[in-house]
Structures are given as structure tokens and as C-alpha cells.
Design a protein around this ligand. Structure first.
Ligand SMILES: Cc1cc2nc3c(=O)[nH]c(=O)nc-3n(C[C@H](O)[C@H](O)[C@H](O)COP(=O)(O)O)c2cc1C
Length: 205
């Protein structure tokens, strides 16, 4: 059974553009994979701690030597890693904040890049045979040829992290110029529909 992991990181609920993009993606993916399973990981509903000394202590201790406290500290990280490993396709919905991904998504990254689970001891990615789609909403336009293309840090960072854990088959749906909706130049539906074809192609892979 094909499995889709969908990661949401916008705090804006129904108003969110990235959540609107992921909703279209999930609908398309489901219609192409009627027997598929969808795991939803909403980072707005997940209490993600930042990395702390006790967390690092557990991280660097071999699993067979873990105390009950260490096991508890890594419990959420283990669960997040298990979701990544269970998925065939990983879709990440994200806003751009200050030219990068939001802090909550970076915290998530720190939990899923795990030595021995997603990253090999020699630095090789262990998450093989999967594909990913990034569904990004941004006020500005960062695509190649735009004046601020060199500030497209969020896309490059997510591509890099996915590559680090072993996922190189990555499609980016860049939902740029979302500010047109805030400024009343476009409706939310018009904005989302303009990415419909791109999303359809990403969901068909
Ligand atoms: C705190 C904050 C920082 C932002 N920084 C940027 C930015 O650096 N570049 C950009 O293009 N848009 C920026 N935006 C605009 C958002 O990317 C845009 O509103 C997007 O639709 C947010 O995604 P969402 O609708 O899924 O929440 C920022 C918005 C906020 C609230």
C-alpha cells in the first residue's frame, strides 16, 4: 500500500496558502492512489522541543545502552523518524519566513536527521527509494530569473536536508507571490488554482 507523509508547518489554519497547496496535493494523490494511506504530521499540533543537553546525551548513546529516561527523551523523535521511513512520498507544506523555513520546521528537521536511522555512520543517507514534494508559500517570487532568486534559501535548504537523508527525487511547487492575495489582487482560490497543474504532476510521480 503506497503511503504519503504530509508535513504541515503553517500556523495560519484555513487562511494558510501552503496548507491550501498541500490539500490539493493530498486530494490528487488520493485519487491516483485510492488504496493509499496518508499520515498527517501537523507541526502546529506537535510539541516539538528544541535540542537540549539531555536530548544530545540520548542521541549520542547507543540504543542498547539507553536508560528509560533516554528512551523517553527520544520517543517523539523515534516516532517522527518512523513516519518518514514508513512513507513512499513525503510532502512538506511550508511558509517562507525571513527567507527560510519556519523555526518549527527546522526543529522537526533536527528530530528526523538521526545517526543510524536516517543518516549512516559515514554520512550516507539511509532513506532510500522515496520521493518528496515541497509545497511552499511565499510573499515574494524566488524562481530562477527573478531579482531575488539568490534569496531562495528555504528551497535550497530543504533540498539539501532531503538529500542528506537520501531523498534526491524532489519536486518543488513554489507558491510565490502569495502577497497578491493579502493585497486583494487575487482570491485565495485563484492563487491556489494557478498551481493546480504543477501539483497534479507532482502527485502523479
Ligand atoms: C513572520 C513572517 C515572515 C515572512 N518572511 C517572508 C520572507 O522572507 N519572504 C517572503 O517571500 N515572504 C515572507 N513572508 C510571507 C509568507 O511567506 C506568506 O504570507 C505565506 O503565504 C505564508 O505561508 P502560509 O500562508 O502557509 O502561512 C513572511 C510572513 C511572515 C508572517
Amino acid at each position: 500500500m503506497p503511503t504519503l507523509l504530509i508535513i504541515e508547518s503553517s500556523p495560519r489554519g484555513e487562511q494558510s496558502m501552503s496548507r491550501g497547496l498541500t490539500k490539493i496535493f493530498v486530494d490528487r494523490w488520493k485519487s491516483k492512489n485510492p488504496d493509499g494511506r496518508v499520515i498527517e504530521r501537523d507541526l502546529m499540533k506537535t510539541s516539538l522541543p528544541f535540542v537540549t543537553m539531555p536530548w544530545l546525551g540520548a542521541y549520542f548513546t547507543p540504543a542498547e545502552q539507553h536508560s528509560p529516561e533516554m528512551k523517553e527523551i527520544l520517543r517523539l523523535s523515534d516516532q517522527l523518524v518512523a513516519e518518514v521511513l514508513a512513507a513512499d512520498h513525503i510532502a512538506i507544506g511550508t511558509p517562507v519566513y525571513n527567507y527560510n523555513i519556519p523555526a518549527v520546521l527546522k526543529a522537526y528537521v533536527d528530530h528526523i536527521v538521526r545517526k543510524g536511522k536516517t543518516l549512516g555512520v559515514s554520512g550516507e543517507g539511509l532513506v532510500q527509494g522515496k520521493r518528496a514534494t515541497i509545497l511552499m508559500a511565499s510573499g515574494g517570487l524566488y524562481k530562477e530569473g527573478t531579482p531575488i532568486h539568490d534569496r531562495d534559501i528555504a528551497t535550497n535548504y530543504l533540498r539539501l536536508i532531503l538529500k542528506v537523508i537520501g531523498i534526491e527525487d524532489v519536486t518543488v511547487v513554489a507558491g510565490g507571490n502569495a502577497k497578491a492575495v493579502d493585497m486583494g489582487q487575487k482570491t485565495r482560490t485563484e492563487f491556489l488554482q494557478s498551481f493546480s497543474h504543477e501539483i497534479d504532476q507532482a502527485a502523479s510521480r
